[in-house]
Design a binder for this molecule. Structure first.
Ligand SMILES: [Zn+2]
Ligand SMILES: [Zn+2]
Length: 174
């Protein structure tokens, strides 16, 4: 499920992309994996070639996820403005202010499957230029800064997220 703050648009040079309809402040929960998202066990997908062919899907832990909403159009940047937190179920958070009209990007390196990925993001931290970056530490510090703002910004997804989490907790108990 994606917060109603974004719109998918076709771009001239890289297919469909996701853009902010309004300014989205640092710390906003952008999306999460809801019951309507399609998930399949990774072991059912035979090889990385097959994963690459699953357009608009990504690998998270032991699952292949196809989001139910337009967040499937999120493109990669090595300096992403949204990142997956370590919280379940698959919560994505804005790790910097995203300006109205700005493209939303996540870091595909978090999915761990990109043997021949050529990046053209051209950001300062592009893996093409900087291979020695401590990715996990860097992501962690950006996520921690975002989490501090969690309660200070509007959270359009909070209610749906809480109800999904409650359902998950209940199903675990039974
Ligand atoms: Zn969903
Ligand atoms: Zn890059």
């Amino acid at each position: 499920m994606l917060a109603n703050l974004f719109i998918a648009r076709k771009t001239l040079d890289h297919g469909f992309s996701l853009f902010a309809k309004e300014t989205v402040p640092l710390g906003t929960i952008v999306s999460f994996i809801c019951p309507k998202c399609h998930t399949a066990p990774l072991k059912n997908v035979k090889n990385t070639e097959a994963i690459k062919n699953l357009a608009y899907s990504f690998v998270l832990g032991s699952k292949v996820v196809t989001p139910c909403s337009d967040n499937r159009f999120t493109n990669h940047s090595c300096t992403a403005n949204v990142l997956f937190t370590r919280f379940k179920p698959g919560v994505v958070i804005a790790v910097q202010d995203i300006m109205e009209g700005e493209e939303v990007t996540c870091d595909y390196r978090a999915f761990g499957v990109m043997p021949e990925f050529n990046c053209f993001c051209n950001t300062e931290n592009c893996m093409k230029n900087t291979i020695e970056i401590d990715l996990l530490g860097w992501w962690e510090s950006r996520i921690n800064v975002a989490l501090k703002e969690l309660k200070n910004v509007k959270q359009p997804l909070l209610e749906s997220l809480t109800s999904v989490q409650n359902t998950l907790l209940k199903s675990k108990k039974s």
